[in-house]
Design a protein around this ligand. Structure first.
Ligand SMILES: [Cu+2]
Length: 106
């Protein structure tokens, strides 16, 4: 999957449950991250974090890549159960810039 400064793109939008490896590439020009949230909320309707309005609520988080400098790649694996997910970058303001996408685990 690829992070740009304005979005998240996926090679696969759905996978089978169990261990899921995210191969994250930051193709943007600044620091990004990937946060994996399990939620039934639509990918473009995540609510702001009340304490830090430039960031979004991470309620339901299953894990994240951590900060990734521009140009770097990182693989990480999470054990995911079936459900609906939102993948997003939660650096301040980045969700609002379009860095979010829906993901399904079957
Ligand atoms: Cu970002």
């Amino acid at each position: 999957m690829t992070l740009t400064d304005t979005g998240v793109t996926l090679a696969q939008t759905s996978v089978s449950s169990g261990p899921v490896t995210f191969k994250v590439k930051n193709a943007g020009s600044i620091v990004h991250e990937l946060v994996v949230v399990r939620t039934d909320i639509a990918q473009d309707k995540i609510q702001p974090n009340t304490d830090e309005p430039s960031k979004m609520s991470e309620e339901g988080t299953q894990g994240e890549s951590g900060d990734l400098e521009a140009g770097l790649t990182k693989d990480f694996t999470l054990n995911l159960s079936a459900g609906k997910y939102v993948l997003m970058c939660n650096q301040p303001g980045h969700y609002m810039a379009g860095m979010h996408i829906a993901f399904v685990v079957r």
